[in-house]
Design a protein. Structure first.
Ligand SMILES: [Zn+2]
Length: 672
């Protein structure tokens, strides 16, 4: 498949520069690209390998050993000295978010080691990415245990695989590139810090630039070969410049006085630890090499700081991304000759004809990404917090109720046992957790249950002709552990936001209760989604996401008023769950319906409830009915859904002392 040429990418200068600096100096530690959908982040990453020089590898080595410096631990080695090499293009290896551990690290066949006495290792993606690029799209959605494996390999430059005493290791040094949409959840701080540089990808605002993006995309799609040919010279020029810069890098020194400037800059932005200083020094040297210079200047430091600091400075969750330019200039000191001068992110020489036109304000600090684009989909609703009036005849008055007090919610869970990602909600068969039994291996044996294996082999020893000490093991004897732990789930909230709820001033309490469940979901590592129904229809206010922040904001601004289309709500929730099942089939959903059970618009909710039940959706109905006379409609709904019934008051885990702790932990992690 023809790739879109790297040199044909319009705008995104920060991103291209960050990738190039890492290509020159992989020690910088990779690039994280944050940005909304539709900013061509992935296109730019995939285009990179075309301008990276080929690598020389030992013929036949599955671990990409270099002929001059082969990996002494290489499972395919040892390679004889002077083994012939052959060039191959630099690889881009994509790590899918749902990959298994075996797929990432490779799989070790413990069964063969036990029964045949040979170490058999099938390389994984870490081996494939050695000396290339490892790309994780939606890196923020990567499972925690894969993140840990990735970080270990990245830090050590080596991947270790160990199963039951049999171990293999091989070199795994790669340029780590991640892309993410912050709307879908933030990255763990440890992983964030691991990326050397970050860039914000935003769609260009300047009309001429936007038009050029579209023009090139159309031309490429119409005739990829002709389009690529048009940029062949530019591609070759960038590739040659990277090779030249790599050669130059070794001789570039960062002056002592500049190291002090770097330290001052890091101190000014309140950066913890020394990693930022080191990354800036390396990126500044690579920037100088890319410019064709022989020494690092303040401008190189400035360019490096703009890429290395935004994710490391101390900040609050809702701060705008990017760096304060003025603060950066002040920290760089008086010697910065022309502080108003925009840094030139693209060196002048490697931009031949066909170089993208300059875009409008490159500076990441001008707050282009709206810090909070979270207005509800139909964001009207003045939030003046006055008591709403409910008029059944017109049913159109609406308001936004404030969010009431939160409490520590009891754990709601999906019945049965799942196989989803590790978390803290429902029971599940997991990779970790306690051993609950043994079973023959499902594919390659990974987690040996030694006792069960010995017991399985014992009855056959005489027949197998055992003479001396030691057992005669057969493949059929092998047993692996069956473990049980907890998984995370998708918790989809379906909230009645109609006027009847508002009339009784219940919405404040209801929002408090839902926020409590959201805080709980955050701690249990769930995905959450929010559907509300009011007026004539239901609305997906928040598609399933790991961002509890986004959910809390949507909830806070959710307007209330109008009729009660409960059936439409159930139908919308069902459609959302079906879509999500295609995307993430292992993650079991829990539908939490927050309602008093009334419906005043649309058909009978019973049929919609039965459809959800027949589809196997686990649900909980939280009854919001209050007052002396109760219809207990929510109870009937729970029965139709085959779900659990709780009143709003049942929702709290009454050990309220833990509440303050849970809110504090949440805040701390968001600020960290
Ligand atoms: Zn090798």
């Amino acid at each position: 498949m023809t790739q879109f040429p790297f040199s044909a990418i319009v705008a995104m200068d920060d991103m291209r520069l960050a990738l190039i600096l890492n290509a020159i100096s992989p020690a910088i530690g990779g690039v994280l690209v944050r940005g909304e959908k539709g900013t061509a982040k992935s296109t730019a990453v995939r285009a990179l390998t075309a301008v990276l020089p080929p690598v020389e590898v030992v013929a036949g080595c599955r671990f990409s050993c270099s002929p001059t410096t082969p990996d002494p631990q290489c499972p395919d080695g040892p390679h004889p000295a002077g083994a012939g090499g052959q060039p191959r293009p630099t690889r881009l290896v994509e790590l899918p978010v749902g990959a298994t551990e075996d797929r990432l690290t490779g799989s070790l066949d413990v069964g063969r080691a036990l029964t045949e006495g040979v170490t058999s290792f099938q390389p994984g993606l870490l081996a494939a990415a050695h000396r290339g690029v490892l790309y994780v799209d939606e890196v923020n959605l990567l499972h925690d245990h894969l993140v840990d494996l990735l970080l270990d390999a990245a830090a050590l430059g080596t991947s270790y695989v160990e199963r039951d005493g049999v171990s293999v290791q091989h070199a795994a040094r790669f340029l780590l590139v991640g892309t993410m949409n912050p709307e879908e959840g933030e990255l763990r701080p440890q992983l964030l810090d691991r990326f050397g540089l970050t860039v914000e990808a935003v769609a260009p605002r300047d009309p001429a630039t936007r038009a050029e993006v579209v023009r090139r995309r159309i031309a490429f799609d119409a005739d990829p070969a002709a389009f690529t040919a048009r940029f062949a010279d530019d591609e070759a020029h960038i590739a040659a410049s990277i090779v030249a810069a790599r050669a130059r890098l070794a001789s570039i020194v960062v002056d002592d006085s500049l190291l002090e400037v770097i330290a001052a800059v890091c101190a000014s932005f309140g950066v913890d630890g020394l990693r930022a200083d080191i990354v800036i020094a390396r990126a500044a040297a690579a920037h100088a090499a890319w410019r064709g210079a022989s020494a690092v200047t303040r401008e190189d430091v400035r360019a490096a700081a703009q890429l290395a600091l935004p994710h490391r400075r101390r900040r609050n969750p809702f701060d705008a991304p990017g760096l304060d330019e003025k603060q950066l200039d002040d920290a760089l000191g008086e010697a910065s000759e022309d502080p108003d001068d925009e840094p030139d992110p693209q060196p002048p020489d490697p931009g031949p004809d066909g170089t993208p036109p300059p875009t409008d304000g490159q500076a990441p600090a001008d707050g282009q990404a709206p810090a909070d684009g979270q207005a509800p989909a139909d964001g009207q609703a003045p939030a003046d917090g006055q008591a709403p009036a409910w008029d059944p005849a017109h049913g159109a008055r609406e308001s936004v109720a404030p969010t009431g007090a939160t409490f520590r919610a009891r754990r709601l869970e999906v019945p049965g046992k799942g196989k989803g990602a590790t978390g803290r909600r429902s029971r599940a068969y997991t990779d970790g957790g306690r051993t609950v039994g043994a079973r023959p291996p499902q594919s390659v044996l990974r987690d040996l249950h030694a006792t069960a294996t010995l017991m399985a082999s014992a009855p056959h020893q005489v027949r197998r002709g055992r003479t001396g000490p030691g057992l005669v093991l057969d493949r059929a004897d092998l047993r692996e552990r069956r473990r049980e732990g907890r998984e995370s789930n998708l918790v989809l909230f379906l909230v009645d936001a109609s006027g009847s709820m508002a009339a009784r001033r219940r919405m404040e309490a209801v929002k408090g209760a839902v926020l409590s469940l959201l805080l709980d979901a955050y701690q249990r590592r769930d995905k959450v989604g929010l559907v509300c129904f009011r007026g004539a229809s239901a609305q997906l206010l928040l598609p399933p996401t790991s961002s509890v922040d986004a959910a809390a904001r949507r909830l806070d601004t959710m307007p209330t008023g109008g009729q009660t289309p409960l059936t439409a709500g159930l139908t919308e929730a069902h459609a959302t769950l079906r879509r999500e099942r295609l995307r993430d089939p292992q993650r079991r959903p829990l539908l939490v319906v927050v309602t008093d059970g009334r419906h005043t618009a649309g058909g009978d909710p019973r049929a919609a409830a039965l459809r959800l039940r027949h589809d196997g959706v686990a649900s909980v109905v939280v009854d919001c009915e209050s007052g002396p006379v109760r219809l207990r409609l929510a109870d009937a709904l729970a029965q139709a859904l085959g779900g659990e019934y709780l009143s709003l008051d049942d929702l709290g885990d009454l050990s309220v002392a833990a509440l303050a702790g849970s809110v504090r932990a949440y805040r701390r992690e968001m600020v960290a």
